[in-house]
Write a protein that binds this ligand. Structure first.
Ligand code: 5GP
Ligand code: ZN
Length: 136
């Protein structure tokens, strides 16, 4: 389903123009308007899903296959030195547009960007408690 008030639904379905890199019946890949680095692209499913939790399994699988295909093209054409795949779910995780999207961020030596976190120092007991909480 498409959501009329969702900007990425409208872009993905061609109602709002975008710098499109690729399109098929299920996805549109566009350049991000506020790129972290040259060539920063977004994979948008044409069907609305707010986030990863809501995304149909088949779309999730196809998005990763497409990400691999785009990453290979971008590596070749942009001659980037690396590439980050980023996908945010929920405001706490930095999601600002609530239509699932996958960021493809080409990286260049000395591009001045960082996609980082401060590593914690959990004890073995704390790790085990988390493992149990998630896995059991
Ligand atoms: P999020 O923070 O939700 O993971 O990422 C949203 C991304 O969408 C941001 O990188 C932002 O620059 C980009 N963005 C927001 N609105 C538009 C738009 O109208 N067109 C394009 N091409 N990118 C957008
Ligand atoms: Zn949408």
């Amino acid at each position: 389903m498409k959501k009329d008030d969702c900007i990425f639904c409208r872009i993905a379905n061609g109602e709002i123009p975008s710098k499109t890199l690729y399109e098929d019946s299920e996805f549109r890949v566009i350049l991000d308007l506020g790129p972290a680095a040259k060539g920063h692209a977004l994979i948008l499913p044409k069907e609305h899903a707010e986030n990863l939790y809501d995304l149909p399994e088949g779309t999730a699988a196809a998005a990763m296959v497409l990400a691999q295909r785009m990453a290979r093209i971008m590596q070749k054409k942009l001659q980037c030195d690396g590439l980050n795949l980023v996908q945010n779910n929920g405001e706490a995780a930095g999601q600002t547009v609530h239509h699932f999207h996958l960021h493809l961020i080409p990286r260049y030596i000395d591009d001045g960007q960082s996609i980082n976190w401060k590593p914690g120092k959990p004890t073995q007991e704390e790790l085990e408690a988390i493992r149990k909480l998630i896995a059991e």
